[in-house]
Design a protein around this ligand. Sequence first.
Ligand code: GDP
Ligand code: GDP
Length: 454
Amino acid sequence: DWADYDRFGEQQWDDERDTPLAQPVVAVVGRPNVGKSTLVNRLLGRRQAVVKDTPGVTRDRVSYDAVWSGRGFTVVDTGGWDPDAEGVYASVTAQAEMAMSTADAILLVVDANVGVSVTDEAVAKVLRRSDRPVLVVANKVDNQAAEAQVAELWSLGLGEPYPVSALHGRGSGDLLDEMLRRLPETPREQLSPSGGPRRVALVGKPNVGKSSMLNRLVGQQRAVVDETAGTTVDPVDSLVELDDEVWRFVDTAGLRKRVKTADGTEYYASLRTRSAIEAAEVAVVLIDGSVPLTEQDLRIIGTVIEAGRALVIAYNKWDLVDDERRRKLEKEIDRDLVQVRWAERVNVSAETGRALGKLAPALRRALESWDQRISTGRINSWISEVVAAQPPPVRGGKQPKIMFATQAQTRPPTLVLFSTGFLEAGYRRFLERRFREAFGFAGTPVRVVVRVRE
Ligand code: GDP
Ligand code: GDP
């Protein structure tokens, strides 16, 4: 369980962001009985770390934190979610696919005594498409004599095979050295698309107060451009300092110059909105709080969610909101914004400057969620609890089983579930709600992807 997992990790901590430092993930794939679990135990440097469960039962842990030469990494044992013996070919291929979408490096384990089987070939074919390093592990090379069989594994087309004996430890140090050497410096979830100030889109339908807001924010700041010398600013963007941090408001040229789109150009306005959202990491959707919520407001929120950007909803013109309007507005929120209950709302006034100080903290919280990654170990203990309490609904007489779950991506957080059957939309939403309850993620859309093993 969780306490147990904690003990495993000499988990490195990112003090600045107060989250566990993202560790590179190494996936171990291969046919049953080639020695994957034995190898994982060996990599962990502990016996009995991996317990083989009854087939068909979701293991609550298939990922483990390990350290080698002072470097931490997470090992994922894909054999742990192989529920049955039938369909080995398909399930091993699915493992490989899962590994490619989640891991930073892949170890393909082959039994050198058996040589290359049809299944090994099929998996190798999948893995040759990988943009991650793949190492062929020639296992069960217990002694010098067995080395002779290793050369055959070159035929997998994945480079030099590394002879090891997972059982006795022979060659495993060399394998780990080589693996660490090949691991990318930065784990995939830490790859930043940005660099520099975080990018904000200020969007909303015409006349909600976008220009007024931008001018107000720009008016409040000190000389930002000087302080961030060396930052190249696209002339269509504005650098704005809020709460001691510089932010890049993207595609604000039109707002800055107060160029108003003439009537009948809404199509272009919506294209602009879309491209600003795409260019940003977080969007502030401005809504005129003094008038009823419209379809157009909801469409813009929908665009942000579809684009997978973090979201802050700002109710502007709050100076015009009286008690009666406020009551109506709360009803509108309950009725039309239930789907985005996770988004933070701030009530502001560009006119008076009311509550504009709440904007930057809200942006920060939303981006923190957008960047957040929950370790595979935690997600799998969470999912096994949730599924035990509330299993997926039976379809066509079959009970789908969720074998493995991982947060494959951040920005936006994407939960990938590997399942033996289709999971209905209602159940996926239920899982999303539980996922948010367990781990937070306020301010960001969360994607739930189901991979069904054929
Ligand atoms: P998995 O199904 O791929 O996880 O395979 P296991 O780790 O359960 O191993 C399958 C069998 O192969 C077990 O009986 C292991 O003891 C054995 N085995 C694993 N690695 C080695 C090895 O390096 N040498 C030998 N001789 N046997 C091994
Ligand atoms: P944009 O089309 O979204 O850029 O909206 P503008 O910034 O041009 O604002 C539209 C109108 O609303 C202007 O007349 C603004 O003065 C007014 N406005 C903007 N923000 C506020 C606010 O917070 N309170 C009030 N009372 N009026 C505002």
